[in-house]
Design a protein around this ligand. Structure first.
Ligand SMILES: [Cu+2]
Length: 154
């Protein structure tokens, strides 16, 4: 029985070490991550889940990281029948009670002018700035490269 509990405790410890989430004001940010990119890549995408637990509209105004010269907040849009991405104008809106997932093929962060290529298993620091909640320091985790390269039409 004792062994069983010890095992349970260590499993709980491992899963809490893997999950990472952050909170500022009424904003909850879950699991910021990036897809590992090959050496030489100039851009990388950043993803996470943002939940607005408040009763007012919140906006993600800007973001930055230690590994990029600048970071843009992008959305996907169809232009002339082709899927392209563009910068979100005026900040990314998160409605009260909404969980917005930044993920490949949808809203995402774009790390531009990479100073370092994020590798699988590595993490790096970043900062998110919300209109009402203010600044939040987060850590992005590098996860395995996907099978197909991301389409970039900048
Ligand atoms: Cu993009």
């Amino acid at each position: 029985m004792r062994v069983f509990f010890a095992l349970l405790c260590s499993l709980a410890f491992i899963s809490s070490a893997l999950a990472h989430d952050y909170k500022v004001g009424q904003i909850h940010v879950d699991h910021p991550w990036t897809k590992a990119t090959p050496a030489g890549a100039r851009v990388a995408g950043g993803y996470m889940k943002i939940t607005n637990q408040g009763d007012q509209v919140e906006k993600l105004l800007s973001a930055q990281t230690d590994i990029s010269e600048r970071t843009e907040i992008h959305e996907m849009a169809v232009v002339n029948g082709q899927m392209t991405m563009r910068e979100v104008a005026g900040g990314l809106v998160i409605k009260p009670g909404e969980t917005l997932e930044l993920k490949p093929g949808s809203f995402h962060m774009m790390f531009m002018g990479l100073k370092k290529n994020p590798a699988e298993g590595e993490s790096f620091k970043g900062k998110l700035v919300f209109e009402k909640a203010g600044a939040l320091e987060v850590e992005y985790k590098g996860e395995a490269m996907g099978q197909k390269p991301q389409g970039h039409h900048h």
